[in-house]
Design a protein around this ligand. Structure first.
Ligand SMILES: [Ca+2]
Ligand SMILES: [Ca+2]
Length: 286
């Protein structure tokens, strides 16, 4: 779910869910007279995306600093991306999409989306080569994008896209899993123009990455700019920091024993952890 950047004025919010046929729907609702409840009759469907398999439905919606709505779509599911959808620009699966929800109904495509005018590609695509970009966020201070892309059987990864990037990047799947060639088993990432993750961990430390947020809160100044992420199976939490020279430092910060299904960020930039068992915990202190 994502609130429109002008939500206080227009009451518009967006949801991504799996419908009863197992397919992805993106819809808009508006707030009701009760500020804590949407109007159930206000629904407007933006997009339906057929899902060939039950898993890997992605599901993150987030507005970028450019005011456009970004949507994370998994590769469709099963395992190993059997139909190679993440590399197929004619499919919306295995992609991050970028929509304009202000200047056309039910949505428009920003004129500067990278594949506009390419009749072999869907114009909604912002980037491709994703397996299941379960969580996407923007650093509120810099506008940089972070993505936690869930791996297959061996490697989990975090990806970074600097603010102002033109889109159209290929993040590798199923050619690569993390930093490793996957299918085919040998490859030349540079020759293929693939963007490599800025961090990865193997399945000795977890099973499924849950991307988080770059901390920009006020309570813990020493955490400023550290990107938090965790693992769903082990509850380990890591911090990732981009140094002044552009290199990355990664450290395990906590072993939480939590089933980390998501992270969240509040209006002031404080970061929270969502435990699938039902608890919401603050990062930095409890
Ligand atoms: Ca699916
Ligand atoms: Ca990748």
């Amino acid at each position: 779910m994502a609130f429109h950047p002008n939500y206080p004025e227009n009451g518009r919010l967006f949801v991504d869910y799996t419908n009863q046929q197992g397919d992805t729907e993106i819809a808009q609702y508006t707030v009701s007279s009760d500020p804590n409840q949407a109007d159930p009759n206000s629904g407007e469907l933006l997009l339906t995306i057929d899902q060939p398999y039950r898993n890997h439905n992605g599901g993150q919606l987030v507005f970028g600093p450019d005011g456009y709505l970004y949507i994370g779509m998994g590769d469709g599911g099963s395992a190993n991306d059997p139909e190679n959808r993440a590399q197929n620009l004619g499919a919306l699966l295995g992609k991050i999409l970028r929509l304009d929800v202000d200047n056309a109904a039910p949505y428009g495509v920003p004129a500067d989306n990278p594949f506009v005018g390419n009749d072999q590609a869907r114009p909604e695509i912002w980037s491709y080569g994703w397996r299941n970009p379960w969580r996407i966020s923007f650093d509120r201070a810099t506008g940089d994008m972070y993505v936690g892309d869930v791996g297959q059987n061996q490697y989990e990864e975090i990806d970074f896209e600097a603010a102002g990037a033109p889109g159209g990047q290929n993040y590798g799947w199923r050619l690569m899993e993390g930093l490793h060639c996957f299918n085919p088993s040998s490859c030349d990432p540079a020759a293929l123009g693939l963007v490599l993750p800025v961090a990865e961990y193997d399945h000795g430390q977890g099973c499924s990455v849950t991307g988080g947020y770059a901390y920009r809160g006020q309570q813990f100044p020493n955490l400023d700019g550290i990107y938090f992420y965790g693992d769903y199976c082990t509850g380990l939490i890591w911090g990732l920091r981009r140094e002044a020279d552009g290199s990355w430092s990664q450290a395990q910060l906590l072993s939480s024993d939590r089933r980390i299904s998501s992270f969240g960020e509040d209006e002031t930039g404080e970061v929270y952890l969502v435990d699938q068992s039902g608890a919401i915990l603050s990062i930095g202190g409890e």
